[in-house]
Design a protein around this ligand. Structure first.
Ligand code: NAD
Length: 329
């Protein structure tokens, strides 16, 4: 049986929102009903470029849709999302889910009450280099996550923890897959009044330890993850899209994927290190996220980053930020 298309609206069509519009125009099972932006000139540019209707009032757009992408600056996520959810519309909210944890909890409560989906745009979860780890049993003992970016004025209205580090916090929570036990954090302001460089050490209930570092005052962009666990070491370069895995295997075990095999002997036991570069299936992560949102509404998938996951990443980010601010005073 053919599904009726999901009627979608995009609220906020700035730098990122225009790409939501572009993808929805081409996605299967979607009818892009229109856009709303408080900047009329910006709305017109996007309307002309993508041939999409502008709504003068947010409530009129919401009324015509069954789901909405919210791509406004973060301080407005809560108000727009609350209006949508109270009208029983599913929402895709760009990251971070909201500006405060209380707001996120409120949205989760309302979504449950109204039986709608909240999905959060933690796009790095769909980075093909990270997805390439799927065939491996990842049970990290230690994880290092590093995200450096040159300074731009974009995103500086929020501290680096909420702007950049939250991407890695979300990835980390999904890899560690256990409650957070302790957090230690430090950071500093360099170019802005808020935190520009942050570092945190996070210990999880299952013994996993993570070191996570983000900066927005670096010379070059870096987005790297290193995973250390018994019998496996993996490096993931999210920027260039390269994943490398080193596995320790017993002599005689088959490994057809290994590019290089280094034998070694320890305590009379012959083993080898297999080095492999898992295949990276390229794809546009934003398109994949939005496809996942539509298929989740249709009941064929579940959101890769749920509202709860977005809320949990925010909680850790807020705690890191609180500790850094305390440390600075
Ligand atoms: P932007 O400033 O380029 O665009 C925001 C747009 O929203 C503007 O056109 C503005 O006029 C409009 N707007 C402001 N208030 C509004 C309101 N109340 N109702 C409707 N429209 C409103 O910002 P951006 O860089 O596109 O960021 C938007 C959101 O996306 C932010 O939450 C940001 O954190 C997030 N973001 C996520 C990623 C990612 O990697 N997932 C990357 C960039 C931005």
């Amino acid at each position: 049986m053919k599904n009726n298309p999901i009627k979608i609206g995009v609220v906020g069509v700035g730098h990122l929102g225009q790409h939501h519009v572009k993808h929805y125009k081409n996605l299967k099972n979607v009818e892009l009903v229109g856009i709303f932006d408080t900047d009329r000139k910006r709305a017109e540019e996007v309307s002309i470029k993508y041939e999409v209707k502008i709504f003068e009032e947010l409530k009129d757009l919401i009324e015509k849709t069954s789901a909405v992408s919210i791509v406004t600056p973060t301080p407005y996520h809560r108000n727009v999302a609350e209006l949508c959810i109270n009208s029983k519309k599913h929402v895709f909210i760009e990251k971070p889910i909201t500006a405060t944890l209380e707001e996120a909890d409120r949205l989760l409560f309302l979504a449950k009450q109204n039986e709608v989906i909240i999905q959060v745009g933690h796009i790095e979860r769909l980075n093909p280099a990270l997805l390439a780890l799927k065939p491996y049993q990842i049970k990290p003992k230690f994880i290092e996550l590093q995200r450096l970016a040159p300074y731009t004025s974009r995103g500086t209205d929020v501290p680096v923890v909420l702007d950049k580090m939250i991407h890695d916090i979300d990835i980390l929570l999904s890899l560690a897959d256990a409650p957070v036990k302790t957090i230690q954090a430090t950071g500093l302001s360099i170019l802005t009044d808020s935190i520009d460089i942050a570092h945190a050490r996070i210990r999880f209930e299952n013994g996993t330890v993570a070191s996570i570092m983000s900066s927005r005052v670096a010379k070059d962009e870096v987005r790297k993850i290193k995973i250390f666990q018994k019998d496996l070491y993996a490096t993931i370069d999210l920027l260039i899209g390269l994943t490398e895995v080193y596995n320790i295997k017993a002599e005689g075990s088959k490994d057809s994927n290994a590019e290089m095999i280094v034998p070694f002997e320890y305590k009379n036991k012959k083993q080898f290190i297999a080095y492999e570069k898992p295949t990276i299936i390229s794809g546009d992560p934003l398109k994949m996220e939005l496809e996942n949102f539509i298929l989740s509404i249709l009941g064929k998938e579940t959101p890769i980053v749920s509202g709860k996951a977005g809320r949990d990443a925010l909680e850790v980010a807020m705690e890191i930020q609180r500790m850094i601010i305390q440390d600075l005073h």
